[in-house]
Design a protein around this ligand. Structure first.
Ligand code: F6R
Length: 270
């Protein structure tokens, strides 16, 4: 069962992540970070960048692996996850770009029809994560339909990195990054599988706003099911879910989660 932390706002959630990862990098300079795109992790990256600067933490050895990428977008497209991760993580943190990877890096706009190239990219990505020593902390957002990475409802909970079809709802949700035009949103993606994500040593999922309340309820207090892929976190030995009041609003046991976190010994961290 994940630990649930209910915070006032994204900045407070960001500071919890920032402290956790900064301490990790101090203890393990070549830490491997799992990275997500989207709005949810932005405050967390900002907080980590601030701590890295304030405490002069050496990040030159830090490695990064993004969760997912659209199929068919060239790397230089501003909404490719390659470009997004460089803009929101690599540059502000001062990471070595050669040490930060996105599953579509080898594809760079390869069309969906190029089956041989696209099919081999997923297993190669999982092998690269293993070769780097595995992911230490994986940050996650959650879709309104309960997806993590781009593992839409119905995804195998044991899946590795592979090509998936984006759900219509996800394309509608993400049209805001494409001039509000769903036709510009790619139909397919390559994403770390749930099985890949579950191998990370620590998962930190962030969710804010009432639009995420139902997905968080299903994730935390529903059954473990491929129809809510994020519910796999219930089976992870070290998962932390950080939510604001709105995203927590449908949780039946929120008083207990709040009580447990308030009484947690500081030395435990998250
Ligand atoms: C992004 C990703 C997605 C998002 C999710 C939530 O790399 O894998 O699962 O985390 O769609 O997006 P936001 O944070 O924009 O609400």
């Amino acid at each position: 069962m994940p630990e649930i932390i209910i915070v006032k706002n994204e900045a407070e959630a960001g500071d919890i992540y920032g402290r956790c990862v900064a301490d990790l990098i101090k203890a393990k300079p070549n830490a491997v970070l799992g990275l997500a795109t989207g709005s949810s992790p932005l405050a967390a990256y900002r907080s980590l960048a601030r701590i890295v600067k304030d405490e002069s933490i050496d990040v030159s050895q830090v490695q990064g692996f993004a969760l997912d990428e659209y199929i068919g977008l060239p790397l230089i497209h501003p909404e490719s996850y390659h470009a997004t991760i460089h803009r929101t993580v690599v540059e502000p943190l001062g990471l070595d770009p050669a040490k930060v990877h996105v599953p579509g890096d080898v594809l760079n706009g390869t069309p969906l029809e190029d089956g041989a190239k696209i099919a081999s990219a997923g297993p190669a990505y999982d092998a690269a994560i293993e070769a780097a020593g595995g992911i230490d902390v994986q940050i996650l957002g959650i879709g309104t339909d309960g997806h993590v990475g781009f593992n839409e409802p119905g995804s195998s909970l044991a899946s590795g990195t592979r090509v998936k079809t984006l759900a219509e709802q996800t394309r509608i949700d993400n049209a805001r990054f494409f001039d509000n035009d769903i036709n510009q949103v790619p139909t397919h993606c390559i994403t770390q599988g749930i099985g890949t994500i579950m191998k990370a040593r620590h998962l930190v999922l962030l969710a804010f706003g009432s639009g995420k309340a139902e997905a968080i309820e299903e994730t935390v207090e529903g059954g473990v099911s491929a129809f809510c892929p994020a519910s796999a976190l219930q089976m992870h030995p070290h998962a932390t879910i950080i939510v604001d009041e709105e995203a927590a609003s449908r949780l039946r046991h929120k008083d207990y989660y709040r009580y447990a976190y308030t009484h947690k010994p500081a030395w435990q961290g998250i």
